[in-house]
Design a protein around this ligand. Structure first.
Ligand code: HEC
Length: 233
């Protein structure tokens, strides 16, 4: 009994090592690889951008049926989706679905640093690496602290992210609606930091709800950022 077991084990070992050493020895072959479990790995399907002669326009991807709206694509809430009120004017508060909280601002900071920092820099002065290292901008990324943008309503930042402005492209495809509002709130934090010289999220919390009167950004603050930039970017 014992010896038979050992024999079986030895045989299994030999087979395994034979497979291991000869199975994939670098020879080229046109034959498809052995695929023991086919499962659902190979299915007939049409991929995005693929051609399909079945349809008159030759495209596999079909346009949305006219007069229908896909689930999740109904955008009737002007405040939430466009940053505007019923009067069509830009709003200066967060939509009711989005609560101002430390988590929202943290999210905004994180997303800002991913999507906006490359051009506008971490402090919002428009001196990001893409702008300062030969990005070839005809129009430089805006300084978010500049006087004209200080009194801009929150909806303006949401709107610029959503639709772009001037030479800045829209980021609606990359950034979901909630994150756009979070970034807008974070831009307010940056602006307030520029004004108060304090990295204080509480300041932004009150300002986003009721924006403070516009003020000149502190001049020496800009110099401070300039100095900090060298080390951190
Ligand atoms: C690829 C570079 C780039 C990125 C990334 C970028 N921007 Fe801009 N942004 C610009 C440029 C360039 C301008 C100036 C456009 C103009 O005036 O024609 C601008 C302008 C702006 C303005 C000023 C609009 C006005 O009213 O004058 C705001 C606000 C702004 N960007 C916010 C953002 C935010 C928020 C993000 C991140 C979601 C972002 N930008 C990402 C390049 C960028």
């Amino acid at each position: 009994m014992m010896s038979r077991n050992r024999f079986a084990i030895a045989l299994a070992g030999l087979t395994l090592s034979a497979v291991a050493t000869t199975g994939c020895n670098g020879n080229r072959s046109d034959a498809p690889p052995v695929h023991l479990n086919w499962n659902m790995d190979f299915q007939q399907k049409l991929e995005a951008q693929e051609a399909n002669e079945f349809f008159a326009d030759g495209r596999a991807s079909r346009p949305q049926v006219e007069g229908t709206i896909a689930r999740g694509q109904l955008k009737t809430d002007k405040h939430l989706h466009e940053g505007r009120g019923f009067d069509g004017l830009l709003v200066d508060e967060l939509p009711k679905q989005i609560e101002l909280s430390p988590e929202l601002l943290e999210r905004g900071e994180e997303r800002y640093n991913i999507y906006c920092q490359p051009c506008h820099d971490q402090s919002g002065q428009g001196l990001g690496p893409a702008a300062t290292r030969g990005g070839g901008f005809k129009v430089a990324p805006a300084n978010l602290h500049k006087k004209e943008l200080q009194p801009a309503p929150l909806g303006h930042f949401y709107s610029v992210i959503t639709y772009g402005k001037g030479t800045m492209l829209p980021y609606a495809a990359q950034i979901p609606v909630e994150d756009r509002w979070a970034i807008a709130a974070w831009v307010r934090v940056l602006q307030n930091h520029g004004r108060t010289k304090g990295w204080d999220k509480a300041v932004a919390t009150t300002a986003a709800a009721a924006p403070a009167a516009p003020a000149e950004p502190a001049k020496d603050d800009a110099a401070e950022h300039e100095a900090a930039k060298g080390g951190s970017q």
